[in-house]
Design a protein around this ligand. Structure first.
Ligand code: FAD
Length: 505
């Protein structure tokens, strides 16, 4: 057997941010009790990005895969529950809408609920779509409960994710990973050694001379891309012509101690050249302004951020710079990039941690039987490329479907040419109210519906099956669903009480 055909016996993860420790914990767990050796190298001197604080519901699957107890997780990471994102000003500067986790109303007669809502509108009834959204009715009243009950009960349809402190999450997972046999090495990698004529990575050398060799290398070095780019030159698909924000300023702020209320959702508010996030955690609020430095200066962005906080800043403003896009080959030779080293799509829909988790799941499913397993590599790359592209298209919609004008940033995104996939999706929706799911997209019909309608993209027609209900019966059913949702939301506990009970506060 040649070297290239030999099985994987040791894995070296370079980087210990969220990506590094999520990868280490998952691999430590799946290879527990085997002789697979897993090493992780991280450098305190370099540090981490550490600003990823909002997630999507897929995170529940990752924590469940590791067997993490939810109360322990909430305590360790100062987490709160997230029911979705409130978008403020995205349509015309004056509007608000909610992108919920979970569904709208209840599907009927074999088709999606929103066709009956569209029919009611055509019949002259102007009922806000948000009235049929439990996540919003609960969220706006500061309430939360876990999904429960029979499948058709409104509470059973609720989806949720978390806001958490990413630095604490990495620390929590480090403990887990080390408890599952992962060996941590403190130090800075200063040389990546490639072996023979394959170009595969053979070893990494640390500043103090230590050397770690491996069969498979995971590049979790963040924006540095030390192995995947600086060494293997995988290349980068630059998508900044569609997603032009390339900078962020971030600062945590005090939670108003007089106000116990804990908001169970993120807010995203448009600004002159981008948007500002507000993420409520147990102990503080995370804030950041994501912007394009082609349209405003860094100083102006920092001033805007600081003048739009709802509590005192707790640290200095941090400046981050990035290029939206992804590596051309996320798995190249015997190296897989996970996390920011693989690419970054900006945090508008909180998808980076999901992309880490998704890459880990795909790696486990396609785990190579030998160092040069080219089939697994090409399938992995195809699947991960699809995932980046479908998320990218959803993000572009937010910027492009806007009426905001008279500001150079917004004039650019409103009038830019968008990918054909997005053009088709929008045309289908405008034509028939339908949302077609392709390529196993992570954002499904309720998500597209929320953003389309929230930003003023309205269908001309609805599904003809909705006409099986006469106008009166349709309205009666809609009113009954709206009432059941309002009743369910009002019966849910206050979010801060729920979190407090779970963490034993
Ligand atoms: C402005 C902004 C907002 C974000 N918000 C969200 C959000 O709300 N939700 C979300 O899901 N994601 C968000 N993200 C993304 C999220 O922060 C990252 O996906 C996540 O933190 C993973 O980062 P990482 O581990 O890949 O990189 P990093 O955190 O940068 O970690 C890199 C690691 O590599 C190590 N390293 C680098 N070079 C070397 C070397 N030579 N030797 C040894 N070690 C080295 C570093 O020490 C560090 O441990 C956001 C990102 C940005 C920029």
């Amino acid at each position: 057997m040649s070297n290239a055909e030999q099985g994987i016996k040791n894995i070296v993860i370079v980087g210990g941010g969220t990506a590094g420790w999520m990868t280490a914990a998952a691999l430590g767990n799946v290879f527990r009790g085997t002789d697979m050796q897993i090493d992780l190298i991280e450098s305190e001197e370099i540090g981490t990005v550490g600003v990823g604080e909002a997630t999507i519901p897929e995170i529940l699957k990752y924590n469940a895969m590791l067997g993490i107890n939810e109360a322990d997780f909430l305590r360790a990471t100062k987490a709160t529950f997230k029911l979705g994102i409130e978008f403020i000003g995205w349509k015309n500067g004056q509007d608000r809408y909610f992108h919920p986790f979970g569904v709208y109303g209840m599907d009927m007669e074999g088709i999606s609920f929103h066709h009956f809502w569209l029919k009611a509108r055509a019949d002259g009834q102007d009922i806000p779509l948000a009235d049929f959204c439990l996540a919003w009715q609960a969220g706006v009243n500061g309430r939360f409960a876990h999904p429960a009950g029979p499948p058709n009960a409104p509470l059973a349809t609720l989806g949720y994710a978390y806001h958490f402190d990413a630095v604490l999450y990495a620390r929590f997972l480090r403990q887990y990973a080390e408890g599952h046999g992962v060996k941590r090495h403190e130090g800075k990698v200063v040389e990546v050694k490639q072996g023979g004529d394959t170009g595969n990575i053979a070893a990494v050398r640390l500043q103090d001379g230590r050397e770690l060799s491996g069969d498979l290398f995971i590049d979790c070095t963040g924006f540095f891309g030390l192995l995947i780019e600086k060494t293997l030159e995988a290349g980068y698909d630059d998508w900044s012509h569609w997603l032009p924000c390339n900078s962020a300023v971030a600062v945590p702020s005090e939670r108003d101690p007089a106000n116990r209320a804990l908001r169970p959702y993120t807010t995203s508010t448009t600004r002159k050249a981008g948007w500002q996030w507000n993420i409520p955690l147990q102990h503080r609020t995370g804030n950041g302004y994501v912007y394009s430095n082609q349209h405003i200066s860094d100083d102006e962005a920092a001033d805007t951020l600081l003048s739009n906080l709802d509590g005192k800043p707790l640290a200095d403003v941090r400046q981050l710079r990035f290029t939206t896009g992804k590596r051309k080959q996320i798995w190249k030779n015997n190296c897989i990039a996970i996390g920011l080293s693989a690419g970054f799509l900006e945090p508008l829909e909180s998808t980076s941690i999901h992309l880490i988790q998704s890459a880990i799941t795909k790696l486990i499913n396609l785990f190579p039987n030998s160092i040069n397993d080219s089939v697994s590599r090409s399938i992995f790359n195809r699947l991960i490329d699809q995932e980046f592209s479908t998320i990218r298209n959803f993000l572009i919609l937010h910027y492009n479907a806007t009426e905001r004008s008279g500001m150079s940033f917004w004039d650019h995104v409103r009038t830019m040419d968008v990918p054909d996939f997005l053009k088709d999706k929008r045309e289908l929706f405008e034509h028939s109210g339908r949302v077609n799911r392709e390529d196993n997209e992570i954002f499904t019909e309720p998500s597209w519906l929320a953003v389309f309608t929230g930003q003023g993209v309205m269908p001309r027609q609805y599904h003809p099956i909705a006409n099986v209900l006469g106008a009166e019966e349709n309205l009666a059913r809609l009113q009954a669903i709206k009432g059941a949702i309002a009743q369910t939301a009002n019966a849910m506990p206050k979010h801060e009480d729920y979190v407090g009970r779970m963490i034993g506060a």
